[in-house]
Design a protein around this ligand. Structure first.
Ligand SMILES: NC(=O)c1ccc[n+]([C@@H]2O[C@H](COP(=O)([O-])OP(=O)(O)OC[C@H]3O[C@@H](n4cnc5c(N)ncnc54)[C@H](O)[C@@H]3O)[C@@H](O)[C@H]2O)c1
Length: 299
């Protein structure tokens, strides 16, 4: 039986480990040729190692799939351009880009250093932009259509207090993806973001109390076959990347375990319309009666 992504090609960043790896393995099983990008860094984004990308490629080719490794840094413009060039040189087309690569440097905002802020914003936001830029140049020229899938996070959607850099970068990706959906739709490209939940080495670094507040804690090592297995994230991505998924664009899906959540996009909630510039006396009388009933305290 033909795979659901038969004949297609994909670049998947951060595909040497965790969620990206599982997406790469399932895409390949569904007939997609995959460029497996991974710099092979620590969770904090330190060091480089070719082994993770090589291992994913080896697992794909061992089962008859087609894959190539790429070891570049997603936030390096030359490396991002090289990923797209490499895929096109080898396979003559690019159908899918999945931006999964990411790092963490958690710290409360009052303790965060400039370097911690810059490193996280760089990998997530610039890294997502860099690969998308070069893929979109190709999609605009080729008119063959495309699928862009970017990774945001509940950390941004709900505002994790110990992750100000990561929350900001992930909400930046959410806005960037919506912008791409509007800009690239005319070229047959859909763009969606994913807020995943799965036990990986990344979530292993989250302190016990915060992890326990969300779900029962399972470390990455024990996740295989459970609801926290990162493999659970991959099937809905096959749908979004497929021809059948072409009707969905500009939206964010939460994917965690066996649950798929469609998030609403931002919409006005309550409007207070004046007819001229507000005086402070008027506003002090109107703000609380108008808005208070709609605003819950932030915990
Ligand atoms: N696991 C979760 O529950 C969860 C929750 C919310 C969001 N996310 C997001 O999902 C994505 C995947 O996370 P994961 O949990 O699988 O993490 P992971 O650490 O297991 O995998 C991330 C991979 O990205 C690679 N990488 C890091 N920086 C890179 C760079 N500059 N260039 C190329 N590759 C680089 C790493 O080497 C690593 O293999 C990330 O964007 C993460 O922020 C994960």
């Amino acid at each position: 039986m033909a795979g659901k992504l038969e004949g297609k090609t994909a670049i998947i960043t951060g595909a040497g480990r965790g969620i990206g790896k599982e997406v790469a393995l399932l895409f390949a099983r569904e007939g997609c040729r995959v460029l497996v990008n991974d710099l092979g860094t620590s969770v904090a984004g330190e060091g480089a190692d070719r082994t993770p990308a090589e291992q994913t490629v080896a697992e794909i080719t061992a089962t008859g799939g087609e894959a190539m490794a790429h070891y570049g840094d997603v936030a390096d413009m030359d490396a991002a351009e090289d990923m797209v060039r490499t895929a096109l040189n080898a396979w003559g087309r690019l159908d899918i880009l999945v931006n999964t690569a990411g790092i963490l440097r958690d710290r409360m905002v009052f303790n965060m250093t400039e370097e911690e802020w810059d490193a996280v914003v760089r990998v997530h936001m610039k890294g997502t932009f860099a690969t998308t830029k070069f893929a979109s140049i190709y999609w605009r020229q080729s008119r063959q259509g495309g699928r862009l899938i970017n990774f945001t996070s509940g950390s941004g959607l709900f505002g994790a207090p110990g992750q100000p850099n990561y929350a900001a970068a992930k909400m930046g990706i959410w806005g960037f993806t919506l912008s791409c959906a509007r800009a690239l739709g005319r070229y047959g490209v859909t763009a969606n973001s994913i807020a995943p939940g799965a036990a990986t080495r990344m979530t292993d670094t989250v302190p016990e109390s915060r992890a326990a507040a969300r779900t029962a804690r399972i470390m990455a090592e024990a996740a295989k076959g459970t609801e926290r297995d990162p493999a659970n994230i991959a099937p809905p991505l096959v749908y979004l990347a497929s021809d059948q998924g072409g009707w969905i664009s500009g939206r964010c899906f939460g994917i965690s375990g066996y649950r798929i959540t469609l998030y609403s996009n931002i919409a006005p909630q309550v409007v207070l319309q004046g007819s001229k510039m507000w005086t402070t006396d008027e506003l002090f009388g109107r703000m609380e009666p108008t808005f208070r009933q709609f605003i819950q305290p932030v915990a």
